[in-house]
Design a protein around this ligand. Structure first.
Ligand SMILES: [Mn+2]
Length: 319
């Protein structure tokens, strides 16, 4: 079985490195820190490789200080690289070439669009989060899941299931969450640390985005924009897209929400659907990817043009 092969390699490796996708989210951060905390507890040499440092709201996680953006390449003495929550090599948060290397690549993911770029690929599209897969591996290894590890895995689950409300949530997700709570994990505090931590400027920015949002004629698509102008108005440089786009889906008639985010190198587009539209399919048409209900893409064109193109494409999905 794949899981046994993975455990075998982890046990044999002296130097293990872990990386995840760019712009790491709660799942990539939580699952990688769970793995690091777990394997350290059995004295394994395991380290994070990431070009980016951990976002502030996840800094409560154990060993989060090790995601500091300093180690960007896989060292030459690596035995094994574990990639988490990342469907393709181009999206990895490190500089790595997969040809001509001396280490084994273990690709652990739950994206349907995974390229199977590892020597071993554990891609479970039924897992709501990679955190669930890491839970499986650690328990299979008989590693004690303490509250620190539980906090990491709970973070993975919470963020990738939208607090247990997305359709990817399963019986198994709840079962694992129950086991995690059993460790004495203070889950209310995890919720608060992740979600109730906004700066006033971010709430003001949401106000500007809400003010400018609109729906199409049939009121099933909500279009939202985050311009550089809005950012400078409230005095912030960045804002989490997931928080903004979820506002659009709160509208009763809306099936799809689009968020267009102006950046220096084009427009970043986030897509969400409520019940039935496969937004990943649309994102893939433009070189993007993601999940059925949550996907993203990037286009190098003026924001108004991107808006027109996507609206047209998404309306086709609603006929
Ligand atoms: Mn994920």
């Amino acid at each position: 079985m794949t899981i046994d092969r993975i455990i075998n390699i982890l046990m044999k490796s002296n130097k293990i490195f872990v990386t995840f996708h760019q712009s790491p989210d709660g799942d990539s951060l939580g699952s990688s820190l769970a793995l690091i905390n777990g394997l350290r507890s059995i004295n394994k040499n395991i380290f994070i490789v990431s070009k980016e440092a951990i976002p502030e709201n996840f800094s409560f996680l154990s060993l989060s200080n090790e995601i500091d953006g300093n180690l960007k390449e896989i060292p030459s003495n690596a035995d094994c690289l574990v990639t988490l929550d990342c469907g393709n090599v181009e999206r990895l948060n490190c500089d790595v070439k997969l040809d001509n290397r001396n280490f084994i690549v273990i690709n652990i993911d739950h994206h349907l669009s995974n390229d199977y770029y590892g020597d071993i690929n554990y891609v479970d599209t039924k897992a709501a989060s990679v955190g669930e897969i890491i839970y499986r591996i650690l328990t299979e290894m008989k590693i004690d899941i303490d509250t620190k590890i539980a906090e990491c895995i709970y973070t993975s689950i919470l963020t990738d299931t939208g607090s247990f409300r997305h359709s990817n949530t399963t019986y198994n997700t709840h079962l694992i969450a129950g086991e995690l709570i059993n460790t004495g994990l203070d889950f209310s505090s995890v919720h608060r640390k992740i979600f109730d931590n906004k700066k006033i400027e971010i709430i003001k920015l949401q106000g500007l985005v809400i003010d400018s949002l609109y729906t199409n004629d049939s009121k099933d698509i909500c279009i939202m924009k985050l311009t550089e102008d809005m950012l400078s108005k409230v005095g912030v440089k960045e804002c989490d897209s997931a928080d903004l786009i979820s506002i659009g889906l709160k509208i009763v008639s809306v099936e799809i929400a689009i968020l267009l985010k102006e950046t220096e190198d084009g427009v970043k587009v986030s897509l969400r659907s409520k019940n039935y539209v496969d937004v990943r399919k649309v994102a893939e048409k433009f070189g993007g990817g993601g999940h059925i209900r949550a996907a993203g893409l990037k286009l190098d064109a003026p924001i108004e043009e991107v808006e027109k193109i996507l609206l047209k494409e998404l309306e086709k999905e609603l006929i």
